[in-house]
Design a protein around this ligand. Sequence first.
Ligand code: HAX
Length: 434
Amino acid sequence: MSQLKQKLFEKIEAWRPRTSKLVKEYGDVKISDVTIAQAIGGMRGVKCLTTDISYLDPYEGIRFRGFTIPETLEKLPKVPGAEMPYVEGFFYLLLTGDIPTEIEVEEVHEEFNARKEVPGYVFDMLRALPADAHPMSMFSAAIVAMQKESEFVKRYNEGLNKMDYWDPTYEDTLNLLARLPEIAAFIYRHKYKGGDIIAPDPNLDMGGNFAHMMGIDKPYDDLSRLYFLLHSDHESGNVSAHTGHLVASALSDAYYAISAMINGLAGPLHGLANQEVLRWTQDVFEKMGGKIPTDEEMKKFVWDTLNSGQVVPGFGHAVLRKTDPRYTAQREFCLSHLQDDPLFKYVDILYRVVPPVLEEQGKAKNPWPNVDAQSGVIQWYYGVREYEYYTVLFGIGRALGVCANIVWDRALGYPIERPKSLTTSMLEEIAGIK
Ligand code: HAX
């Protein structure tokens, strides 16, 4: 058993009694009431999921295993000569809850290296897809195509004890995570660079290797590390994380669950918002003839969007009630690497202009920028100008968090998810209308 798996096993053994005790002895304790507005309105704020991988405070933002983004960036071992930590070490943190040593990071790197070979049929299938297939549908299809490799399915069919479900789930998730960067880079180079594929370099860490396979020079490696880390997890209730958890709860394997997660991420109100931000910003850029708009001019573009019944992409959030610290972390990266970029200046103006406009409009509960407001602009700067590709990058990151969640879901024996529905008549009756 690898060091990581052994450590995880010890953590699982220690954790299981906590969950059993809560269910057996405190199962009747109420944590939430549900209103009619919540039942109709997307279950906003209903506390009915459990995860220990991350927690989202509305005013503070995300904590990964208890650590804020600045703490996470500061505490994790860094790639030599780089500003950002190893993605491998970050995954170790998500999975075990502990900050790894350099040696432990190296072991995760070795684990990924041993598992990273992408089956040839995945590339054949991607080549056979229509030229105008969206990169997210290509990514999802590539993942589900590998489902036949599932260790979980093999072991389940042999008669696996429920207590051991986590073990082949761990194997599936590590195999999958090891392959995602190469699949994603293949999609990019196949679709946009005439099929000029760059082979992986096993000596590089995950972020470094991804930048290498994309064919983009430093500091794109650091940007990739930051990007994967920031997008990894946002507790369980967002569409992508929840979809992954939900599908896996039926004991569908990690390939099915992560492919489904990617499909959820591909919605414009969720992960696709990063492409929408760039589309929107580029549109303003063209209308302005490349000139930097005044705050008043920008305000008009924002109002035009709102008045035509559309959302301003990159702003607002279902849980957050302040500027997303994932936005802030990317902004800091921009300030040190692309301060003078005209599109970055646009984003900066939007940061000043949009929140008061949304407040004035009075609909959005959170007028502040979210993770997607800044990310596309950085990709554009480093030459990734095909903005429909951006959500694939989000998907690599999100897979880290969802995979860690799925392993723990299986370890703690979380059951198949099945909330109860009511009819509209029943709600009317409860409300006393009838
Ligand atoms: N622009 C215009 N209107 C907005 C808005 C925005 N950025 N954000 C919220 N609103 C509107 C909502 O559409 C809603 O209008 P209706 O009452 O007419 O339906 C109203 O304000 C109340 O919404 P809310 O309670 O504040 O927000 P929700 O929890 O319903 O939705 C969203 C959260 C993120 C989907 C929303 O803020 C939005 O559409 N933002 C723009 C798209 C975006 O940036 N998505 C990415 C979010 C981060 C993420 O998940 N990344 O993956």
